[in-house]
Write a protein that binds this ligand. Structure first.
Ligand code: ATP
Length: 298
């Protein structure tokens, strides 16, 4: 049993995102190449004896209590094991919110791992992943981390080797898009074959350690919905490429965009250009990072 834990909850991007079909139950079947990035929320957990689960975040628009996925993660495990103690979960958000980077899912994933450790519950990673899917389709992947093919509604995971390292610029325009609305507007059956990204080719490139092959195949079918509605996304992609990105893509249902750079200086220059674009109004959230490295991460 531990009284206190400090955790990091890592964000993801999608190097590839395809929607295969809409199921009868309304869910979309996807094929996605998931990639954890070295950008994370910090989570502090403290055990309490009053049986209450509390959450606090540093952002007023992220819900506390039941509305927070991290709260639901703690509740799920504590209830299942009949634990009488409580826990206070303090979340410092660095991952852009409602941005296509699985911010809520990764906080929930970190709390599942944390509660398991704090209360010595003895769940295996696989058992935590099975529970995680009840909270959200991306939660099992956020427990697994790294590079993976994600299928089904996102819960069927195949681990892949990490692609070669590069510099990543991540920028979120000052707009919000709802994941539900984006999927709702997607007409899977009306898409032309070339609008579907080459997920198999991307997997082969990753397995061959071929960064150029990965960059060539960057693709997200959801851009067909979001880009026409939000010119800011195309604008960010353009600035990234003008400033030396080898490739640039929207992550998840957006609106966050990432650019891949081979040189650090170019990436820094791109960050500067993005921060200054439209007198600072295009984006206020710009990050320079890289792919998550399991060996270096704690
Ligand atoms: P995904 O990539 O999985 O679609 P996202 O990046 O689009 O996720 P989140 O950052 O997870 O979206 O936020 C979506 C909504 O979830 C937020 O508007 C917020 O109200 C709610 N939410 C609940 N818990 C959290 C949390 N711990 N962090 C951020 N948002 C949370």
């Amino acid at each position: 049993m531990k009284d206190h834990l400090d955790l990091k909850a890592y964000a993801k991007i999608n190097l590839g995102l395809d929607v295969v079909r809409k199921r009868e139950d309304g869910y979309h079947e996807v094929r996605m190449i998931m990639q954890t990035v070295n950008l994370y929320d910090r989570i502090e957990m403290d055990r309490t004896e009053d049986g209450v689960i509390r959450t606090e975040t540093n952002l007023p628009f992220v819900p506390d209590g039941e509305g927070n996925l991290a709260w639901r993660a703690a509740k799920l495990l504590l209830d299942e094991k009949g634990i009488k103690d409580g826990v206070t979960i303090k979340i410092r958000k660095y991952i852009p919110v409602a941005a296509g980077m699985a911010g809520g899912s990764t906080d929930a994933a970190a709390v599942l791992v944390g509660v398991n450790r704090m209360f010595d519950l003895g769940f295996t990673k696989k058992e935590l992943m099975e529970r995680g899917v009840k909270l959200g389709a991306d939660v099992p992947y956020c427990i697994m981390r790294g590079t993976a093919l994600s299928e089904g509604i996102g819960e069927i995971l195949t681990e892949l080797p990490a692609p070669p390292q590069c510099h990543l610029v991540i920028a979120k325009p000052q707009i919000s898009v709802s994941t539900k609305a984006v999927y709702g507007k997607l007409r899977v059956n009306e898409l032309a074959p070339e609008e579907h990204p080459d997920i198999d080719g991307m997997m082969a490139a990753i397995k061959n350690g071929d960064l150029d092959g990965v960059i060539e195949r960057l693709g997200n079918v959801l851009e067909t919905v979001t880009v026409p509605d939000h010119p800011e996304i195309a604008e960010i992609k353009e600035i990234m490429v003008e400033n030396g990105a080898c490739g640039s893509l929207m992550s998840g249902s957006g609106p966050t965009v990432f650019g891949i750079y081979k040189g650090r200086e170019l990436a820094e220059k791109a960050c500067q250009a993005l921060r200054e674009a439209d007198g600072g109004r295009l984006t206020r959230q710009v990050y320079l990072t890289e792919f998550y490295n399991r060996k270096k991460a704690r």
